[in-house]
Design a protein around this ligand. Structure first.
Ligand SMILES: NC(=O)c1ccc[n+]([C@@H]2O[C@H](COP(=O)([O-])OP(=O)(O)OC[C@H]3O[C@@H](n4cnc5c(N)ncnc54)[C@H](OP(=O)(O)O)[C@@H]3O)[C@@H](O)[C@H]2O)c1
Length: 342
């Protein structure tokens, strides 16, 4: 297969650094453009990025010069797929402009997620929603879900399909990298828990219902209640969530386990984890430090399953910048290629 040329917008950021790491040796994609803010334009990647990962900057990315967020400049590089990981304020215009030029835009940004004609994709859960793109040449944006929604829907999908859901309550403990490089000052988060993340609770509720809803010419949201309570905690990477789910009928833990584990891997896609959901039986798992890199950061780990009547409780852990952002977007791009859409 001929490699597809790809660009990354916001390449120096928390999510951008995951793209740079995951795409450096990708078998299907060849990075031809990295873009960032005016602060970075013209600098080499190694000069501009405040690298925070514990693996070094990939050698072939170090000397790449950063481009501005300009649709003509990006299009001229020959990129056919663009990954967008810039702040929302910068995202709307550039994503629309690139899509209007026929480029395939896969966005981590929140700005288009709830638009009626734009699919919001967690590949193993709702790849069939890509049908919403009827005429790819008329504009092409696929959105990734919010980082705390991704792990949640990966664990709810099998429960919804096999048993049924009435209500889902979720309490999140979200890592600092989820707020971006300069998102949470160290003086605010060290020795602390901040029980508020702006707009996050609303995003989790509406995105979960869109992803687990149906698409038949238009999106119809799933028919259960989702309520979230979100907190920022002093963890670098990996969002933990405590989930309380009211199931639609009587069941037992064996069936619940089988339902959660029933999410199918996507065969043949290089970044697809197998299995996508990992169940752990130890009473003190999942934990961010121990479990965030499960499935190279692409799998969601579930533990502490407890059933009281029809109320199921469990904990999950999902890597926010890998599975919750760049990794999910790369998996979407692999899916697009495999379906002949990119
Ligand atoms: N962090 C997560 O876990 C996560 C998960 C899901 C989705 N997201 C979404 O992904 C996006 C990026 O998040 P992040 O955490 O990576 O943020 P970040 O660490 O703050 O990085 C932001 C990136 O965007 C660039 N940028 C900032 N302002 C810009 C502007 N006006 N024009 C062009 N480029 C600009 C920055 O370039 P400079 O380095 O030059 O400033 C940097 O490359 C956001 O939309 C966020 O909501 C994040």
């Amino acid at each position: 297969m001929q490699k597809r040329k790809v660009a990354v917008l916001g390449a120096t950021g928390m999510v951008g650094q995951i793209y740079v790491s995951m795409l450096a040796e990708h078998p299907w994609f060849d990075v031809v453009a990295l873009a960032a803010s005016e602060r970075s334009v013209g600098k080499t990647y190694a000069e501009a990025a405040k690298w925070y990962r514990d693996t070094p900057i990939p050698e072939r990315m170090r000397d790449v010069r950063l481009l501005p967020l300009d649709a003509d400049v990006i299009a001229q590089t020959g990129a056919s797929i663009v990954f967008s990981a810039v702040p929302s304020e910068a995202a709307f215009e550039i994503e629309k402009a690139l899509s209007a030029r026929g480029l395939r835009v896969v966005a981590d940004t929140a700005v288009h997620r709830m638009e009626p004609q734009i699919p919001l994709i967690v590949p193993e859960v709702n790849h069939h929603h890509l049908e919403a793109i009827r005429n790819p040449d008329a504009g092409f944006i696929v959105s990734c879900a919010n980082c705390s929604t991704v792990g949640l829907v990966m664990t709810l999908a099998g429960l919804q399909r096999r048993i049924g859901l009435e209500k889902v309550y979720v309490s999140t403990m979200q890592a600092v990298s989820g707020a971006g490089y300069s998102g949470v000052p160290s003086m605010a988060i060290l020795d602390n828990v901040i029980p508020f993340i702006r707009n996050e609770e609303e995003k989790i509720a509406r995105e979960t219902l869109k992803i687990l809803g149906s698409y038949q010419g238009e999106f119809k949201q799933a028919d259960f209640t989702v309520l979230a309570s979100c907190a920022r905690v002093g963890v670098l990477d990996g969002h933990s969530e405590a989930v309380f789910a009211e199931l639609s009928r009587d069941t037992d833990l064996e069936e619940v386990r089988a339902a959660i584990a029933s999410l199918e891997p996507l065969p043949g896609l290089p970044s697809a984890p197998n299995p996508p959901v990992v169940l752990r039986d130890e009473p003190d798992r999942p934990q961010p430090r121990l479990d965030r890199m499960t499935g190279r950061g692409m799998a969601t780990t579930v533990g502490r399953l407890r059933l009281d009547g029809r109320t199921l409780r469990y904990n999950l852990l999902s890597h926010n910048t890998i599975r919750g952002a760049a990794g999910n977007a790369i998996l979407i791009a692999e899916l697009l290629v495999s379906k002949g859409l990119a």
